[in-house]
Ligand binder design. Sequence first.
Ligand SMILES: [Zn+2]
Length: 555
Amino acid sequence: MLAIDERDDDLYFLPLGGSDEIGMNVNLYGYAGRWLMVDLGITFADDSTPGLDIILPDIEPIVKHRDRLEGLLLTHGHEDHIGAVPYLWPKLRCPIWCTPFTASLLRRKLDDAGLLGEVDLREVPVGANFVIGPFEVELVRQTHSIPEPSAVVLRCGAGTVVHTGDWKFDPTPFVGEATDFDALRAVGDEGVLALIGDSTNVFEPGSTGSEAEVRMALTELFDQYNGRIAVTSFASNVARMESVALAAAANDRQTALVGRSLWRMHDAAKENGYLAGLPPFVSEADAGFFPEDKIVLICTGSQGEPRAALSRIADGTHPHITLGEGDVCIYSSRQIPGNERAIGRVQNKLAGRNVEILTTEDHPGVHVSGHPARDDLARMYQLIRPRIAIPVHGDARHLREHARLARACQVPEAVVPANGSLIRLRAGAAAVIDHVDTGGLTMDGGRLVPLASEAIQARRHMLYNGAASVTLVLDKVGKLRAEPLVSFQGVTDGADGEDLELDAADAVREALRGLSVANRRDDEAVREAARRMVRRVVRAEHGKRPVTDVHVVRV
Ligand SMILES: [Zn+2]
């Protein structure tokens, strides 16, 4: 289906990730038989994917048609937009276009993966115009929660599309300039076929606040404390790093960066001329020596990540930093859905150390979102005036609401995609015309494996149900030559466990007796009968269905 005829004069849109989920954005635009990929991100695993760190999109549909892929264009440097590049680029081997700050971040990742010398990385300035295959590309300066976010304008024979990327309208973003409204309006005046856009905050009324408000709120808040002040936010929010540093300086405090990813982000920002004119940040090794009323600590770990600085501080295992009575920890961030429990665990440990915790719940001013609220979306539609709206970057609920909002903004057509929906962007007849299978991948012990793979499924099942193993020693005709041996892991303890093992062994012996002569000679039939019986016994007594392994030994 991705083999579009080169004489086909329709424009196609195909999301392989990020539509009906928040995270791992991958979008494809197809025209005249050629494809352009926009973004290639990851999702961080949560409590629903135990034992895994990251989830990657399955890009197999385009890998099969790699010869038709002109390249990959990155809208900005967030992990859910670039994080999969080091893992999946080797399957694509196409050129990559992005702005300098994103390139700085990507180079570090490619270097870690040993790919830096192989990738054809084409750095373009913010606001650049260039050509990729059949598309004339224009980047439009946006504001978000990381430096250098761009909206992407693609012009081709079938019309013009605006891919908003992640955005907000911030008149005072501090790091980088405000949105280029003139460019957006000019594109709208030209006539736009489709707008493909961010749905993250479609349920938020009004307009998203500016970084200037956070800067002011933090400055006032710091003044109320005499102990250590810790602030946690996303490392990539360089403007927030600057806001904290300036609020600290206004309160006669210095600022330390605690956590490796903050320093990586700091270095990438410096490389591109950001964070200029600030006093130098203090290292985490030195931060511990400052009087407690002279230091602010910016810490990684706002999402409860167990290896991040804040989790280690909460556990009391950080080598340099401690927090306790009289200290405050400010969450200058939002809770990403799925992370609530992990965040709660860290906050409870901090509370156990008598650390005061401030979040947006009681102090709304300590964070502003990087995504557009309803009034901002309406304003974007007034500027761009597209024929078709395609909501992306949200779960199903967000996408549906965004489609309703677009129609209310006089957009004639709105099509709600799911991952794998092939959408024809034709005025008057925009529709999902086909569907490709998509799924997730994960990195497991250094290998890429499908989330739906047997090993991953079994591990998850084991986590909730425990495991059983059965050993059967049989002769050639299937007569038991020893008592069946059953053992459980993670099912039950002590005497209960021994009873259950004996009950299960008895039941297995009975089950084998019930097999036909032919089945008793067949290892697979024996295994299946034993497996079924063990699961039945455990289910009856404990309500669990353990992953059950049966070893048959013939003597
Ligand atoms: Zn983003």
